[in-house]
Design a protein around this ligand. Structure first.
Ligand code: NDP
Ligand code: GDR
Length: 330
């Protein structure tokens, strides 16, 4: 039997890391995930994998490390000798990046460099995926953003992602590495972090419906995003590393909706009028925001045959229903 492929995932405890781990295990990979020590449990999104079949469990290994600590990263690279590396770890919250800009750059920008340089120095010949972001387009003039659209980042987070994007290309061009950027537009799921706007809304709708909450406080309702489903997007990550040539791709649905649309759709799905519950709180505005994003995913469809399966309406429904179920299960 051929040796199983080994994949190393940074950010495995996050939304995308958990879906990607499931996908790779289903394809027969051995999955290694980097986790951080924390005072409270941070593995809730991957506990079900650890508790699944003995075979799956033996193909799933967690190791302690941190993107700010090259000694831990180098040790892991050397011992795991992965065939594929998915760099999903980041301080990923845009608003928080204004509060902790230096830490955000250390993890989100320099973290990518530490991995790439570790691979180079140790001679690790893995294929490398960099989790780049539509936030890099920022204040964009384009009606739909694609691989060639210029960047205008609007936050310390987005500036850090621009560095990580270019250093990935630089290592590809300088050292012939198979290193690619997936420029992913917003993608959500029932596992989305609770302080991102979609999950904040779906949880509030479920709690208001259950009589546990009266109001939902939000910031900018006019911002428009291209929202897709995380489960679809991790497939695109894997596909990018299976191509003959290392290339960068934008991944999104091609549709845009405002935060207000999301709110309306979510409240309507449980028979409520959002105007009775939503209040604006200036605390949730950012020093600079990204007002409009819409992906042109034409290249991903043409070259990889990737297409999103879940669109806006189903996504909102999926998230609200999951939060209603979670409340019932308590
Ligand atoms: P999450 O915020 O859910 O997960 C981030 C992960 O990174 C967590 O596992 C977190 O660990 C880990 N992490 C944070 N800092 C460090 C560090 N210093 N060292 C090691 N690990 C660290 O993000 P998502 O899953 O939503 O996103 C995955 C990646 O894709 C991120 O890089 C994000 O910026 C990017 N991205 C996300 C998009 C989206 O819409 N979701 C769109 C485009 C890009 P812990 O659990 O311990 O905090
Ligand atoms: P974003 O996602 O900044 O696009 O980054 P987020 O859900 O945080 O914000 C989307 C838009 O909603 C507006 N908004 C609010 N946002 C939050 N979090 N909380 C609120 O109360 C609120 N009210 C209005 C924001 O101003 C913004 O315009 C996400 C992250 O996953 C990044 O890591 C990723 O790179 C990008 O998506 C693509």
């Amino acid at each position: 039997m051929p040796e199983a492929k080994r994949a190393l995932i940074t950010g495995i405890t996050g939304q995308d890391g958990s879906y990607l781990a499931e996908l790779l295990l289903s394809k027969g990979y051995q999955v290694w995930g980097i986790i951080r020590r924390s005072s409270s449990l941070n593995t809730s999104r991957i506990e079900h994998i650890r508790r699944s079949s003995p075979e799956q469990e033996s193909n799933f290994q967690l190791v302690y490390g941190d993107l700010t600590d090259s000694s831990s990263l180098n040790q892991i690279l050397q011992s795991v000798q992965p065939h594929e590396i998915y760099n999903l770890a980041a301080q990923s919250h845009v608003k928080v990046s204004f509060e902790v800009p230096e830490y955000t750059a250390d993890t989100t920008a320099l973290g990518a460099l530490r991995l790439l340089e570790g691979m180079r120095q140790l001679g690790v010949k893995a294929r490398y995926y960099q989790a780049s972001s539509s936030e890099m387009f920022g204040q964009t003039e384009a009606d739909a953003q694609k691989e060639t659209t210029p960047f205008h980042p609007r936050s310390p987070y987005a500036c850090s992602k621009v560095f990580a994007y270019w250093i990935t290309i630089n290592y590809r061009e300088s050292y012939g590495m198979f290193a690619v950027n997936g420029i992913l537009f917003n993608h959500e799921s029932p596992r989305r972090g609770e302080t991102f706007v979609t999950r904040k809304i779906s949880m509030a709708v479920a709690r208001i419906k259950a009589g546990l909450q009266d109001k939902l406080y939000l910031g900018n309702l006019d911002a428009q995003r291209d929202w897709g489903y995380a489960g679809d997007y991790v497939e695109a990550m894997w596909m990018m590393l299976q191509q003959d040539q290392p290339e960068d791709y934008v991944i999104g649905t091609g549709e845009t909706h405002s935060v207000r649309d999301f709110v309306e759709e979510a409240f309507t799905s449980v028979g409520l009028d959002w105007r009775d519950y939503v209040e604006i709180d200036p605390r949730f505005f950012r020093p600079a925001d990204v007002e409009y994003l819409r992906c042109d995913p034409g290249k991903a469809k043409r070259k990889m045959g990737w297409e999103p399966r879940v669109k806006f309406h189903e996504l909102v429904k999926m998230m609200v229903e999951a939060d209603l179920e979670e409340l019932k299960a308590r």
